[in-house]
Design a protein around this ligand. Structure first.
Ligand SMILES: [Zn+2]
Ligand SMILES: [Zn+2]
Length: 361
């Protein structure tokens, strides 16, 4: 059964020979985009802080700052994968700068994302970003109560939570991982965690609470929603598989070209899992090769379809392959296992539904 799965290294070895050499170079030019976002953010904050603008103008500027915060997070992600600048010190410093609005430090991020999420993607126990399984749920009676709520209420709550899930999850990860750092590193990890929190909260005393809502809180919630819009579609419609196979456990979404420009090609998530150390600038090339070689195994859909599918499917894994609604006793499959995002049809969990991987056409 495992024969159908391959590790990300296997795909990388098949695709690499067909890529130009420059695709493996760092792309420091990415920092120009980051600089633009920094300038826009600072200008927006000054405008809110210094002028008595009408409410709607403040809200509009908050949206621009929030969108910039999110884009800076995507750049921080790239920087901390080492694809932008050389040298650990500079990489960590710039990573800290661009993750500052999302309240996440570079040492924690690298351990959480690079070392754990990328290595153990969609592993039931080892991937800190994967969704829970029925066995996990059975152990958590408080969570089970949430699953008793009607489906539409649960879906609404899940989407509403996207406005703060990144921050909540990253704080949870900090407290879960801090003990695992060597004692001499712990102080730096604490510092990188506290500095953004203290700075952003301290800003209240300089700008007043009302301005602070527009300068930080609203943008922070918007940034959470944007990054989670991607993160929630990256893997949550895919199955848990026994081998970390990016074609099976990852989804690439498509967005208009200008959005890809603004978001540093963050939509190319399958490509990113095959080549995490490659600049996302070259992911469109990687995509071409993947689609040539494994057209039926590659999962790709517009961001809007992915979000719709997310809305219509429950979030508990069963047997790795099925997303189930334990309360209603319904199974929805997962990408590559019978889930058709265009026509989502659940089947009874204990009924005739086959658990053999039904390949999507
Ligand atoms: Zn991922
Ligand atoms: Zn990554």
């Amino acid at each position: 059964m495992n024969k159908e799965f391959h590790s990300f290294g296997w795909y990388a070895s098949k695709v690499s020979p067909h890529l130009p050499k420059k695709a493996f170079n760092r792309v420091p030019g990415r920092l120009l985009g980051g600089l633009a976002y920094l300038l826009i953010t600072i200008a927006g904050m000054l405008a809110i802080g210094l002028y008595d603008l009408p409410f709607l103008a403040n809200i509009a500027i908050s949206f621009v700052i929030g969108a910039s915060f999110a884009a800076m997070g995507f750049l921080g992600h790239e920087i901390l994968h080492g694809t932008v600048v050389k040298g650990a010190g500079l990489r960590n410093f710039l990573g800290a700068v661009f993750f500052f609005p999302l309240l996440t430090g570079p040492l924690l991020w690298r351990k959480w994302h690079n070392v754990t999420h990328h290595v153990h993607t969609q592993h039931e126990e080892k991937d800190p970003d994967t969704w829970l399984s029925k066995e996990d749920l059975d152990k958590k009676p408080a969570l089970k109560l949430i699953y008793r709520l009607p489906f539409s209420v649960r879906a609404s709550l899940e989407f509403f939570a996207l406005c703060f899930t990144f921050t909540l999850h990253s704080t949870k990860i900090f407290f879960a991982y801090i003990k695992e750092f060597q004692p001499e590193k712990r102080r730096a990890v604490w510092f990188q965690f506290l500095l953004p929190w203290v700075s952003w909260i301290g800003l209240i005393f300089f700008v007043g609470i009302t301005n602070w809502l527009f300068i930080f809180l609203i943008p922070h919630l918007i940034a959470n929603a944007i990054v989670m819009g991607y993160i929630s579609t990256n893997h949550r419609l895919n199955p848990l598989v026994p081998v970390n196979d990016p074609l099976a456990n990852t989804l690439s979404v498509t967005v208009p070209r200008w959005v890809d420009v603004l978001h540093f090609n963050f939509s190319y998530h399958t490509e990113h899992h095959i080549f995490p150390s490659m600049s996302s600038k070259y992911y469109p090339l990687v995509k071409e090769h993947i689609k040539d070689n494994w057209p039926t195994r590659y999962h790709e859909m517009p961001m809007s379809s992915a979000l719709k599918a997310l809305w219509k499917t429950p979030r508990v894994y069963y047997n790795g392959k099925d997303l189930i609604d334990p309360q209603a006793g319904l199974a929805y499959g997962s990408l590559g296992n019978g889930l058709n995002p265009e026509a989502i049809k659940p089947r009874p969990m204990n009924g005739s539904g086959s658990r053999e991987g039904i390949k999507q056409a």
